[in-house]
Design a protein around this ligand. Structure first.
Ligand SMILES: NC(=O)C1=CN([C@@H]2O[C@H](COP(=O)(O)OP(=O)(O)OC[C@H]3O[C@@H](n4cnc5c(N)ncnc54)[C@H](OP(=O)(O)O)[C@@H]3O)[C@@H](O)[C@H]2O)C=CC1
Ligand SMILES: CC(=O)N[C@@H](CCC(=O)OP(=O)(O)O)C(=O)O
Length: 346
């Protein structure tokens, strides 16, 4: 496929290039940057040398980029993809757009505007939410895909079986998640500064993180009713990784066997979902650099709660890997094409 990446100098853009470098059907045509047009990408990311020496171009070239590309990945901060998506589809109605940011994730644009504080300027877009394992049939026929966030991918995958099989009290869902620092992007900010992060763990955006409505919207659709959750993100001193620990009260009479059955029936045939089963302890290091999501769950008899844990790499299954997985689905390729690597360990 002829591919272009808008915002290639960011962590998700660079991760897309790393993955696509070993994708047999990928031909990267254009990569863009507003701050460093004319620079070769491997001058910014030397790990991409031998794979790319392609020069970055400005978004001003978007019309010709769109006309020549079959797939456009967008790795920009939220609020910028809509303009790119609108102009690209106007220039090439057949183009497939996969946005790694938040602009195309919400069916209800009012929710997006309320939480992201940005007016949506591409409301006519018929976008599909790109959590592959849950939305595969819709992804197959999509023109625009809103790729999920990193915390949301891990948390929704952990909770979906419990919600879909009506095993939990929907009013009791709590998500406690940790993210590596690359989740904040490559831009310099004090919160991501080494001496602020090293030997430190902290919560942030408590009771107000933008991933809250995304998780609620997707789980609510699965449940067939609106729901609210408590979501607390934490920053941990690692480069990559999301660990999401999710709690909910089991409905009266729900057995451990019913919980096991729910996970196995939803994910038993899913290559990228590795079920560690009851008592399993997912760890970010086991998914690092891969598109896998490791899932484990525990029944706490004392409290009547289920505790579901998910581990992913925020830049892979949480972003670029899932975006390529969705591209594979769009073009009817084996879904693991370019994604079937083992993690580095230790
Ligand atoms: N990091 C992660 O783990 C995840 C990130 N995401 C989302 O993916 C998107 C990209 O994230 P990430 O790669 O981490 O971000 P980075 O901050 O690392 O990169 C952002 C990119 O956008 C470009 N950019 C920044 N500001 C502007 C602007 N005003 N106009 C045009 N381009 C701009 C930059 O390019 P240049 O300055 O060269 O023009 C850079 O390439 C974001 O929406 C993020 O929320 C989603 C899931 C996971
Ligand atoms: C550690 C860290 O800062 N993580 C980011 C999540 C990145 C992401 O997925 O954001 P979008 O949903 O906007 O794409 C955050 O908490 O905002």
């Amino acid at each position: 496929m002829k591919i272009s990446i808008i915002g290639a100098t960011g962590y998700t853009g660079a991760e897309l290039l790393r993955i696509l470098a070993s994708h047999p059907a990928a031909e990267v045509l254009y990569i863009t940057s507003e701050s460093q047009p004319g620079t070769a990408i491997n001058e910014i990311y030397p790990h991409l040398t031998r794979f790319y020496s392609k020069k970055l171009v400005s978004l001003a070239e978007l019309e010709q980029i769109a006309k020549q590309s079959e797939v456009l990945f967008i790795g920009l901060p939220h609020g910028h993809a809509m303009e790119v998506g609108r102009k690209a589809t106007a220039a090439n109605p057949d183009i497939k757009i996969i946005d790694l940011g938040a602009d195309y994730r919400f069916k209800d644009y009012a929710v997006y505007e309320q939480w992201y504080k940005v007016a949506h300027t591409h409301k006519e877009a018929q976008a599909v939410y790109g959590l592959t394992e849950l939305k595969r049939s819709q992804v197959r026929g999509a023109s625009i895909i809103g790729n999920p966030g990193c915390y949301t991918t891990a948390s929704i995958l952990a909770l979906a079986p419990l919600v879909q099989h009506r095993l939990i009290d929907l009013a009791t869902i709590i998500v406690d998640a940790k993210s590596g620092v690359s989740g904040a992007g490559r831009g310099l900010n004090l919160g991501a500064h080494f001496t602020e992060v090293f030997e430190n763990v902290k919560a942030y955006n408590v009771a107000g993180h933008r991933h809250t409505p995304e998780i609620e919207a997707v789980l609510g659709e699965l449940a067939g009713e609106d729901l609210v959750i408590s979501f607390t993100p934490h920053l941990i001193p690692v480069a990559r990784g999301i660990l999401s620990t999710c709690y909910a009260t089991l409905k009266q009479g729900v057995t451990a066997a019913a919980v096991d059955k729910a996970y196995n029936s939803l994910y038993g045939d899913e290559y990228f979902i590795r079920l560690l089963g009851p008592g399993g302890y997912p760890a970010t290091k086991n998914t690092r650099g891969t598109n896998f999501c490791d899932l484990g769950w525990h029944i706490d008899q004392r409290t009547g709660r289920v505790v579901a844990v998910a581990a992913i790499d925020n830049l892979v299954k949480g972003a670029a890997g899932q975006a390529v997985q969705n591209m594979n689905v769009l073009f009817k390729l084996e879904e693991r094409t370019g994604l079937d690597n083992a993690p580095l360990y230790p």
